[in-house]
Design a protein around this ligand. Structure first.
Ligand code: SAM
Length: 189
């Protein structure tokens, strides 16, 4: 069951519709950077990030599902990546204790977080100067879909307002997806 789910996450993440190459280009990650992939799922993006930040860099794959993390640990080591640390999270706490994060990335995860303003307020303690938060999520466009039916979306305006309340400002608003927003924030302080 677990492996069916993670493979499904990875199949979707790697599909043409997901535009993972364009996402990664937009993020322009550099060797040596520290990245948190929050809600890493099957780890498709964690692995892409790990190859870009290299041996000197680090990727924290953060998820609330222990089995997804176990799968990613085995998969990443099999593929020769030793710069991914899997981190088990509580639903409402960012668990990484690194003060030098360059980026936190959330794809289709933001809508799962219960108290987002508090979550991102706390997360700011772990960010390096100039760090960014990249959020991709369904925004409610696109007719009747699974995401709309089950409330798995957050309107763009709501994300911007909540992130401002948490102490961030909007840096970039990418409009390449038909049903998702892709926003990049940085801390105001
Ligand atoms: C729809 S999947 C997206 C997976 C991955 N980001 C991708 O793009 O393929 C959502 C993931 O977020 C995880 N998740 C849900 N709530 C979370 C939380 N509060 N903190 C961290 N991960 C969470 C789920 O376990 C799941 O792996």
């Amino acid at each position: 069951m677990i492996s069916i789910k993670v493979r499904m996450f990875n199949r979707k993440a790697s599909s043409a519709k997901s535009q993972s190459e364009a996402i990664v280009r937009t993020l322009s990650l550099q060797p040596g950077q520290h990245i948190a992939d929050i809600g890493s799922g099957g780890g498709y993006f964690s692995l892409l990030f790990a190859s870009l930040v290299g041996r000197e860099g680090k990727v924290y794959a953060v998820d609330t599902n222990r089995d997804f993390l176990k799968f990613l640990k085995i998969d990443s080591e099999k593929k020769g990546f030793y710069n991914i640390e899997t981190v088990l999270a509580e639903q409402d706490v960012f668990p990484v204790r690194d003060k030098y994060l360059d980026m936190a990335f959330l794809r289709n995860v933001y809508h799962h977080l219960p108290d987002r303003v508090n979550y991102f307020r706390n997360l700011s303690e772990c960010l390096k100067k100039g760090a960014r938060i990249a959020i991709i999520d369904y925004d409610g466009r696109g007719g009747l879909s699974f995401h709309r039916l089950f409330g798995h979306y957050v309107p763009k305006k709501t994300i911007v307002k909540e992130m401002e309340d948490a102490g961030y400002r909007l840096l970039e608003d990418h409009t390449m997806f038909a049903e998702q927003s892709f926003l990049i924030f940085s801390p105001c302080k």
